[in-house]
Write a protein that binds this ligand. Structure first.
Ligand code: AMP
Ligand code: MG
Length: 411
């Protein structure tokens, strides 16, 4: 049986990055740049004042006493007509306004006073003070963002400042989701005895969105070969197909059988982990297919470990995995098999140490511990016994795990 790491590598080895597409900057957040961006203008675009004050010529300033200069005009933010400042002169300047030609230094208004048509500078600033120079943030011609850069709010802001309204990014992968099972109904359908809602269809679609993909629902396939074939064929129009259920060894577990009939290239179908041992992966007509187990918690945890990194790699991310931290188990954990366990926990940060509280109801068919889960503690090794307080690696699912009611960083 493959280890989780081996299975992840096998999947990523079959994943191709999506083709680039041009999107407006307003839709770029969360995507990855497919082509570097070279600055076509400097940032800031012109020399400007970092303070409200007086633009002066540094050479005019007295180093010993006060300096009296004749005020010849004003430069406001957004001014189009530059004021000319000659020897012995100064101009009023406001934050963000262009430096008037001839000036090189700004005297803060707190160190100056106006007397008639003059400004008296009581404390001389050092030459060049409080001036933001053209290109000091980004030089014209510099590569501002490289291919592969993940676009967050900071990147979006910088691109806007550089006057880039559209960016080439990798397309978001379309992920087809197929539920399988005669017992399943949609959320708004009435249930008869023996039937349940296909909660996986909804949970997996939500996970796809969160991972940066576009969910394509394929509905519910009956445990019937023809229905499975028809729906899997529809899935071939997407970039990735995920199925849930029907991959273990029961009489009606037909997903693998049907994929085989269709001629997929099977890579593996079992991973040494819990929850979620049955997990099929292969490629059908160049579309990667991941067969997730049907149990709700198993399907979500295996999505987390195998599908999310695949979606992110397709979307161009160079770092498709979640952060892993070291945390302390609040209660002891015993395991009596060789598989790697992924234990649903609530994580909390207590003075720099991360504590992992095992959530109740860890059964692979149970969904309540998927609510409020912020970390998966990873327990390796055969028949391990981790004592209370023991340190284990944990995958952080939720960067808000340490959210607080109050800011929490003191005065
Ligand atoms: P299977 O692997 O098809 O035998 O399914 C294992 C368990 O998961 C069974 O209890 C199924 O009823 C349940 N299950 C399968 N698919 C879904 C689904 N889409 N939503 C919720 N539960 C499911
Ligand atoms: Mg089934």
């Amino acid at each position: 049986m493959l280890t989780v790491i081996e299975a992840q590598q096998r999947i990523l080895g079959q994943i191709a990055r999506m083709s680039p597409e041009r999107v407006p900057l307003t839709e770029a957040v969360g995507r990855v740049l497919a082509r570097r961006v070279v600055a076509k203008r400097p940032l800031p675009p012109f020399d400007n004042s970092a303070m409200d004050g007086y633009a002066v010529r540094g050479a005019d300033l007295s180093t010993t006493g006060v300096t009296r200069l004749r005020l010849v005009g004003e430069s406001r933010a957004g001014t189009l007509e530059p004021v000319r400042v000659g020897e012995g002169e100064a101009a009023r300047v406001l934050t963000g306004a262009p430096m008037p030609p001839g000036t090189d230094t700004v005297a803060m208004q707190e160190h100056a006073r106006v007397e008639g048509d003059c400004v008296v500078i009581e404390r001389a600033p050092a030459f060049g003070s409080h001036v933001r120079h053209a290109g000091e943030d980004v030089e014209c011609g510099a590569t501002t963002l490289t291919e592969g850069a993940a676009l967050g709010p900071g990147e979006v802001g910088l691109l806007a400042a550089l006057g880039v309204p559209f960016v080439e990014t990798y397309a978001r992968p379309r992920v087809a989701i197929l539920a399988t099972g005669d017992e399943l109904r949609e959320v708004d359908e009435p249930l008869e005895h023996g039937q349940i809602v296909t909660s996986n269809s909804y949970a997996l679609a939500a996970q796809v969105v969160e991972a940066g993909g576009v969910p394509v629902p394929l509905g519910i396939a009956r445990d019937d070969e023809d229905d499975l074939v028809a729906r899997i064929r529809r899935g071939m129009r997407s970039d990735l197909l995920i199925t849930s259920g029907g991959v273990s060894v029961g009489d009606y577990d037909l997903v693998r059988k049907v994929l085989e009939t269709l001629g997929w290239r099977s890579e593996f179908w079992k991973v040494a982990m819990r929850p979620g041992k049955p997990l099929a992966f292969g490629v059908l007509e160049r579309v990667p297919v991941i067969g997730l187990p049907g149990n709700p918690a198993s399907s979500m945890v295996t999505f987390e470990l195998f599908v999310r990194p695949a979606i992110r790699a397709m979307a161009g991310h160079r770092r498709p995995f979640r952060p892993v931290v070291t945390g302390r188990l609040v209660t002891a954990y015993h395991k009596s098999d060789d598989r790697t366990h992924f234990v649903r926990c609530g994580a909390s940060d207590q003075r720099g140490e991360i504590y992992l509280q095992l959530l109740d109801k860890q059964g692979s068919g149970m969904l309540s511990s998927m609510v409020g889960v912020s970390a998966l503690a990873v327990i390796h090794g055969p028949r391990a016994e981790v004592p209370a307080g023991g340190l284990v690696p944990a995958i952080l699912l939720d960067r808000t795990f340490a959210d607080r009611e109050l800011a929490g960083f003191g005065p």
